[in-house]
Design a protein around this ligand. Structure first.
Ligand code: GLN
Length: 491
């Protein structure tokens, strides 16, 4: 393959080529823009901000580290000095961060280049990337369908070929659900393993930066690069992050939970077929299935929409027209400045969350809602702990449906909220989850499953993800990965 075709490489392969001088960092970064983006970006709209001069500067500065020359699209809620950071919200229009998020700093220190900012639902609230002030992102496998959300831009970009890896954020599923809809890997790490410093806060006790990639090995590579304690984020853990270097070791001897009660109803047939396919691959690779019932996701969804909105209403109080971005200029006094700025700056979904969050925290309702939700959260965490006494990881859907059509759920917030029914629990529990693609439906839509692990269970998740990626064939575990990704065809 030539430098022009290097967008097809995995991040691991690409950085090798750059380190040995076969491809320059500039060629590595531009190949995605000159090739697949020409064909797809105008129709998919995965990118919210890009800037050729910033890419060129980034490419020139790229060091020969483990991610040398690897382009990375990062969600528009991660602070970067070289692009605007707006959370796809009018209220942050044009805002530029004076500093890089810790994960961005670590990317650059490893030689990676930020290739742009990914489109998203405003302030990461949503499951379809339709709530962006820049307009929606579309699913590259079917342009009439959503890419999932809220990190739909980064997920779609990795799927169509702009970059081999990308960063998103996952508060209730916003990495794992779009990864499933776009047919790529998506990791939500254990809470506290990746720094949140410079990630614009949504629900601080739930938010984690997440990783998109086309191959299990690339997820491991990014996790190794980004993980670890950060003095700027007091919620990061001081102990060393789990060692994921054994991602290609296979799954012989591991047990996986099969909580089939969760898909007894309300889950599309193609999703269940994907689960059966993944389970068969894991068994072929030597893992053992244990069947048990697990807590239905409805409890987690109900709890989440109290905890997440409470935290969001508090976190979003800082956007008042005084310090950041957009300011309503027709404001006679301070109160009018706040009101008009927030009325004009936030979109409807964000306003809905702020209202709900303020309500559940209000004096008269705090005990009934917020406190009850905190108690429920403790119970949920216990359910997860108990499940992982029975198995090394669980296999379950990432989402109950295949990618849905644009506009299908925008008028029905509850239907939208339910697309995270399988992902939200792990955020409440603080435990990791990995979306793994498992082929395509006959109509050409990606199929995927989710693996949930115990705290610091990333090594098992990646071993299992790799085993599924290679069809459960142990002989292929350590092989080159490039050919195993199915690209979207022209549409
Ligand atoms: N869809 C969920 C929400 O809207 C989760 C979002 C996320 O993970 N950022 O809150």
């Amino acid at each position: 393959m030539s430098a022009r075709e290097s967008w097809r490489y995995s991040a691991a392969r690409l950085s090798n080529e750059v380190r040995r001088g076969a491809v320059t960092a500039m060629e590595a970064v531009e190949s995605g823009w000159e090739g697949p983006a020409r064909e797809w970006e105008a129709r998919v709209h995965a990118v919210a901000h890009h800037d050729a001069a910033a890419r060129a500067a980034g490419s020139r500065a790229a060091v020969k580290g483990p991610l040398a020359g690897v382009p990375v699209l990062v969600k528009d809620n991660l602070c970067t000095t070289d692009y605007p950071t707006t959370c796809a919200s009018r209220i942050l229009a044009g805002w530029r961060s004076p500093y890089d998020a810790t994960v961005i700093e670590r990317l650059r220190r490893a030689g990676a280049v930020v290739t742009g900012k990914g489109n998203m639902d405003e302030f990461a609230m949503g499951s379809s990337t339709e709530f962006s002030c820049y307009g929606p992102t579309r699913n590259p496998y079917d342009l009439t369908r959503v890419p999932g959300g809220s990190s739909g831009g980064p997920a779609a970009a990795v799927a169509y070929g702009l970059c081999p890896v990308a960063l998103g954020s996952d508060t209730g599923g916003s990495v794992r659900q779009p990864a499933a809809f776009c047919g790529v890997f998506g990791l939500k790490p254990t809470y506290g393993r990746l720094s949140r410093y410079g990630l614009v806060a949504f629900g601080s006790s739930l938010d984690q930066v997440g990783i998109f990639a086309r191959h299990a090995g690339d997820v491991a590579l990014l996790f190794e690069t980004l993980g670890g304690a950060d003095p700027c984020d007091a919620t990061t853990r001081r102990t060393a992050a789990p060692d994921v270097s054994g991602w290609d070791r296979g799954v012989a001897g591991l047990t996986f939970g099969w909580p089939a009660n969760l898909w007894a109803e309300g889950v599309e047939r193609e999703i269940i077929e994907g689960l059966e396919d993944a389970a068969a691959r894991l068994e072929r690779a030597g893992a053992r299935r244990v069947t048990f019932d697990f807590m239905p996701g409805e409890f987690a969804v109900a709890t989440y929409y109290l905890v997440a909105t409470a935290e969001a209403s508090s976190n979003l109080a800082r956007f008042d027209g005084v310090r950041y971005g957009f300011r309503h200029d027709d404001s006679s006094d301070l109160r009018a400045l706040y009101t008009r700025t927030r009325t004009g700056g936030f979109g409807p979904e964000v306003k809905r969350r702020i209202l709900l969050g303020t309500y559940v925290l209000s004096a008269g309702y705090y005990d009934a809602y917020y406190l009850t939700a905190q108690r429920a959260r403790t119970r949920i965490r216990r359910e997860y702990d108990q499940a992982f006494e029975k198995c090394d990881f669980m296999l379950l859907p990432a989402a109950p449906t295949l990618p849905f059509r644009l506009g299908e759920k925008t008028e029905d917030p509850l239907a939208m909220y339910l697309s995270d029914i399988f992902t939200i629990g792990a955020n409440l529990a603080g435990t990791p989850g990995l979306t793994v693609p498992v082929g395509m439906t006959p109509e050409g839509l990606p199929r995927a499953v989710q693996l949930l692990g115990r705290e610091d269970g990333e090594p098992e998740l990646l071993r299992a993800g790799r085993a599924i990626e290679v069809g459960g064939e142990p002989a292929r575990l350590g092989r080159e990965t490039e050919r195993e990704f199915a690209w979207p065809s022209k549409r």
